[in-house]
Design a protein around this ligand. Structure first.
Ligand code: HEC
Ligand SMILES: [Cu+2]
Length: 314
């Protein structure tokens, strides 16, 4: 769809095209099912209007076939869309393991993005075509919602939690980024540019964007600067769990629960260590809430992930 009377934003991925198909298909089905009702309503209203010499005897007539089919056929058609929609939803909720992970922090009133190599950008997101990209998102203040109309994707971005989105954009171009959750005074201008580039162009962009080292390297610097290494290292005299290989592992906790050490678990272990104490350890780790920004925590998480071999199941 394009041109002057463009009804929907451009489509930048196969998923977006699918969403449009399901939308238009369901719209067509709805029209197909409701239009006859209205047409007949008007027709009979005219036919049997007051004063019209029409046959009003109303002889009883029964047609079991027609009475069941008008219920069963629309039901099956609607179920068909339900199955299609469920399939799309599942596809959209599980990122492939080899996805390129980009961190997103929303704050009043801007979007911050960090690429794995450490390249940062504000209110602009560059991604390569033909490669799954996973966004791991959180908010520094209130609830925002990252909306990428060209991908037909929207996900709430919450303080204190990681949410994620994934996509595989296949059409190079410059598209819109918006915030879709009212988040304060400048909500209406919170947004930016979503730039889909061919892989070579993306590689060139990464090279010129400049960085202070990969996210994991920056995380390692924070790990030293904030004294984590003082406890979490082989040389430490204090008893703290080794963090290598932690990511993705089933981790027993002091209270008997077993949790998967995913991104959210790592974050919460840093900011609220007393909440999920690792089994066999004393709760001596200090909280880092208020000392680290969400972007810094994401870098620490990237560092801890770089020590662990495995992506957790989502
Ligand atoms: C005073 C020593 C100390 C410092 C400093 C410290 N930790 Fe810990 N940390 C611990 C102890 C003890 C545990 C196990 C008890 C718990 O889970 O709270 C732990 C648990 C963790 C866990 C969960 C491990 C698991 O196996 O479940 C992570 C992740 C972690 N720390 C990361 C960090 C990071 C990142 C920093 C620096 C920002 C840091 N720690 C600073 C002592 C420390
Ligand atoms: Cu917002």
């Amino acid at each position: 769809m394009s041109g002057l009377f463009q009804l929907a934003p451009p489509e930048a991925s196969a998923h977006a095209a699918q969403v449009d198909h399901i939308f238009l298909g369901f719209l067509a089905l709805t029209v197909l099912l409701t239009a006859p009702v209205f047409v007949l309503l008007i027709y009979y209203a005219a036919k049997y209007r007051q004063g019209r010499p029409a046959d009003r005897t109303h002889a009883p007539s029964r047609g079991p076939l027609i009475e069941t089919s008008w219920a069963v056929i629309p039901f099956l058609l609607a179920i068909g869309f339900f199955v299609w929609g469920t399939f799309l939803f599942f596809q959209g909720s599980r990122a492939p393991l080899d996805a390129l992970t980009i961190n997103v922090v929303g704050k009043q009133w801007m979007w911050k993005f960090e690429h794995p190599g450490g390249q940062r950008e504000i209110d602009a997101l560059h991604v390569p075509t033909g490669r799954p990209v996973r966004l791991v998102m959180t908010s520094q203040d209130v609830i925002h919602s990252l909306y990428l109309p060209a991908l037909r994707l929207k996900q709430d971005v919450l303080p204190g939690r990681y949410t994620s989105l994934w996509f595989n954009a296949d059409r190079p171009g410059v598209y819109a980024i918006r915030c879709a959750e009212f988040c304060g005074f400048d909500h209406s201008v919170m947004g930016g540019r979503f730039i889909v580039m061919r892989p070579e162009a993306y590689a060139r962009w990464l090279a010129q964007a400049g960085t202070d080292g990969s996210l994991a390297d920056q995380g390692f610097k924070l790990f030293r600067a904030h004294g984590c290494s003082g406890c979490h290292s082989d040389q430490s005299t204090r008893r703290a769990p080794a963090l290598a290989g932690l990511y993705g592992r089933a981790t027993p906790l002091e209270d008997g629960r077993i949790v998967t050490a995913d991104d959210q678990y790592l974050r919460d272990s840093i900011l609220y260590p007393a909440r999920d104490v690792a089994a066999g350890y004393a709760p001596i780790m200090p909280t880092f809430a208020g000392q680290l920004s969400e972007a810094e925590v994401l870098r620490l998480v990237a560092y801890l992930k770089s020590l662990g071999p495995k992506e957790p199941a989502q």
